[in-house]
Design a protein around this ligand. Sequence first.
Ligand SMILES: [Mg+2]
Length: 294
Amino acid sequence: MEITLFNIRLVTNHENARNMSRTTPHTRQESASALVQALTELARTPRLLVALDFDGTLAPFVDEPLRARTLPEAKAALDRLQRVPETWVAYVSGRPLASLARVTEADDDALLIGSHGVEVRFGADGDDLELSEDERNRLARLGALLEHIVSNAPGAILERKPVGFGVHTRKLGAEHARAVHQAALEAAASVGGHLTVRDGKDILEFAVREANKGDGLQRLREHVHATATLFAGDDVTDEDGFAALRPGDVGIKVGEGDTKAQFRVADPQAIAGLLELLAEARERWAGENSVSSD
Ligand SMILES: [Mg+2]
């Protein structure tokens, strides 16, 4: 059953139990009113970090990755949140940082975590991504093999990332996509050394350097000295983020699939509604507490 509360479409607990049989037994997905309550409490924390995945969470999926944009309602709510003192908005994505900066239309002082935690840009401060000779060699060998596979699979796209590759199969049929994934995995195994492999939505990713969204979240939290965090994401890689949350934080899974998140909503539209709610509560908190921006 889908219900509407404050314009937020939520998949209820009951629905989860019936349709999401793969949800792990220890997972609690709370009711819509519990989620609203949790956000209201979160809005009263002294230093609030709002960290969000981009694709499938803020922005609906599109065929051309660089055309993806945050839903207008979500963008407006994030702009409001960003203006509230003691409040930070950050994007935590698997996209390379340059791509993430472009699709989020981020300011120079934005907080961005790209490549699943490998790339970090906190305003002017960036992470120097110098690869070792071994990493460079493995990257080159893997690139040549994947290039060959993708060039023989019309519709598949090879995305070059700072520390790896993404093989996109969104435009392929399910069977064809599986064959391409299999070939790419075999190619990766032949390269040797440690490779991080991520199986996402219509994308298989390989990285020669290890980091995850949980690491990214941790760095953000330390950077802004957050006292509580909201994190939302839709994909399996976001589970590292949910696992890094602490008591008082709020984790929201978007869509179906196993999750460690406390709450679940149906789609980016629902996230936009929740961000509006949070922005309102946060502005009220700032007003009541005379928190000034200087
Ligand atoms: Mg996503």
